[in-house]
Ligand binder design. Sequence first.
Ligand code: FPP
Length: 253
Amino acid sequence: MSTDDASAPSDSHAGASRVPAHIAIIMDGNGRWANARGLPRAAGHERGVEALRRTVEAAGQIGVRYLTVYSFSTENWRRPASEVNALFGLLKTFIKKDLGRLKKEGVKIRVIGKRQGLPDDIAGLVERAERETADNADFYLNIAFNYGGREEIARASRRLAADVESGKLASENVTEDIFASYLDTVDMPDPDLLIRTSGEYRLSNFLLWQAAYSELVFFDVLWPDFDRSFLEKAVAIYSERERRFGAVSKGSA
Ligand code: FPP
């Protein structure tokens, strides 16, 4: 969800500290973590899944409602087939192993990104995870898989254009909110906080529309070493920042 004036922060205030309602994470550094240990890159991704499990648990405990994680980008197809297969295998294992528990814990799973081109078994598991958790509303876990921000915007534009062509939507009624309703993140607040690990300072095509006003926090830690203490640190940094959404600072004339 996006608002035309983007004036309403979605985070919650807990005493002096503010907890972001929606955190997005670029989980970077799995390959370097593995290389540093003489392990295959896939071993870094495996440890990355452990860090993801820790993070989902910690985020829920500190009061975050939405967590969106970048697990496979539309550009990651350029990696060796063995690594692509390893990442596909990890998504399958994650859904098979964790779905029952996440379902019980009230987690609603959504997989964002391009479905076309995903192997049938993955597409089937993704649909199952979404279907079986569809009625949950305690915590929203969004897995960006085969995701690219530009691809998402182009795909949304094609659907929107088709609705204009068919007369379902008048072009003069296309607002930011209407456009956002065609994105994979429909019905979700935009991320308040976006974290990237591994000391890289880029968005890498992640949530390009949705991150327009996100606070960005970068850590030097490699993703497999990410834990609750980093999440808490990011929330503390966020809570000290003043979000102006294009307006002037509070207290300035
Ligand atoms: C970036 O590290 C990470 C990825 C491309 C994949 C992230 C995936 C996971 C954390 C596990 C998968 C989780 C699920 C649920 C499928 P990199 O490989 O680019 O690391 P490098 O920059 O050090 O090479």
